[in-house]
Design a protein around this ligand. Structure first.
Ligand code: ACO
Length: 331
């Protein structure tokens, strides 16, 4: 039995933050950000909005798209690196806000690869567990945990808030659609290359006033290292997942990469030799929305009539952990 994406929905907050807006807070410029990342603007939530709120809004859109009532959702997977609280899991908050008591709720923590890991998990649960409408959400509120001083400019300019959701269900029409293959990886030896160093549960207290003074509560990244890793690992894993079903890059109708940096996606496209017109990029409008980015890009492709029934699509990402992976599906 195959699993497929029955419905797709997204939500981004209405507040647009341009590069010029950021340049008022820190020493940066529209030119630097566009040249290095491709980003033109991103969305930020208003005070009082959490990742679960964005996730619920995207869920409602996905359920409507799938033609199901919220009550038909029978499993919730939420991918986020910006949970509402350290515990309990944000999927539990979402489940309560959606009014779905009793439905299992699972958080996963694979950062930018969260949507690919989540789809893989959802597919397995459909195949093995008999679930009929698994809700997978990627939701992030980055804007409340970034360093908006010049000290944090290398990271702060990259990220935006948003959410994407998919309803994953068993395919029952006998067609060739659905999730075909996946390839997942992680290498925790490089965890410190992109993480929040200040939060360290091996210490008591796990975060100190000195940490906060030094800005260690904010994400820190070795940008060049992560960049190199992405342009190496992502092409590898795309070839790996395609080989599992005897496909090649030439068979792909659409590549939907995680949106971390337009330059990364251009380099990946060049390396695998895919026509750039087949690569979806919308980082220009949303920045890096981490676990939400692939769903936002997939939904954009569909809205732009670039995604058609039967198309061979590859989703691919690398993120903090490091985690990386790719998944192929027939739309
Ligand atoms: N504005 C202006 N100047 C800046 C900014 C900024 N926002 N940020 C850094 N600079 C400066 C640096 O201080 C440095 O100045 P110096 O030469 O005087 O020391 C100069 O620009 C170059 O800095 P680099 O960090 O070397 O710039 P680079 O070309 O590597 O670009 C970037 C930085 C955009 C972050 C890039 O490395 C990148 O995209 N890395 C990968 C990001 C990524 O893929 N993240 C993974 C996913 S995220 C996740 O999983 C959560």
């Amino acid at each position: 039995m195959r699993a497929y994406i029955k419905g797709l929905g997204t939500f981004v907050p209405s507040r647009v933050v341009t590069n010029a807006d950021l340049a008022e807070k820190m020493d940066t410029s529209d030119e630097w950000i566009r040249q290095r990342t491709g980003i033109v603007e991103r969305r930020y939530v208003e005070e009082g909005t959490a990742s679960s709120d964005l996730g619920c809004a995207a869920t409602k859109a996905a359920a409507e798209d799938a033609g199901i009532a919220l009550e038909e959702i029978d499993f919730i997977i939420l991918a986020t690196l910006s949970p509402d609280r350290f515990f309990p899991g944000t999927a539990c908050y979402m489940q309560a806000k959606l009014g779905l008591p009793g439905v299992p709720a699972l958080d996963i923590r694979q950062q930018c690869t969260g949507f690919v890991y989540g789809l893989t998990l959802a597919e397995s649960l459909v195949r093995s567990g008999g679930y009929r409408n698994i809700l997978l959400v990627g939701a992030e509120v980055h804007s409340h945990s970034l360093d908006f001083t010049t000290r944090g400019r290398d990271v702060a300019v990259l990220f935006g808030d948003g959410a994407g959701a998919a309803i994953v269900s068993p395919l029952e029409d006998g067609s060739e659609r659905g999730i075909l293959a996946h390839a997942l990886h992680a290498d925790g030896r490089f965890a410190e290359k992109l993480c929040i160093h200040g939060w360290d549960i091996s210490r008591d207290p796990y975060m100190t006033a000195e940490d906060i003074e030094a800005g260690e509560q904010y994400p820190k990244m070795e940008g060049r290292y992560v960049f190199k890793e992405a342009v190496t690992r992502v092409p590898q894993v795309i070839h790996e997942v395609l080989a599992k079903t005897g496909h090649s890059v030439a068979d792909l109708d659409l590549l939907v990469p995680h949106q971390a940096n337009l330059r990364i996606n251009e380099a990946v496209a060049k390396q695998i030799g895919i026509d750039p017109a087949k690569v979806v990029n919308n980082i220009q409008r949303f920045g890096n929305t981490t676990a939400a980015s692939i769903a936002l890009a997939l939904a954009d492709a569909r809205a732009q009539d670039r995604l058609h029934p039967g198309d061979l699509v590859c989703l691919a990402a690398l993120g903090s952990g490091f985690t990386w992976g790719a998944l192929t599906l027939r739309w």
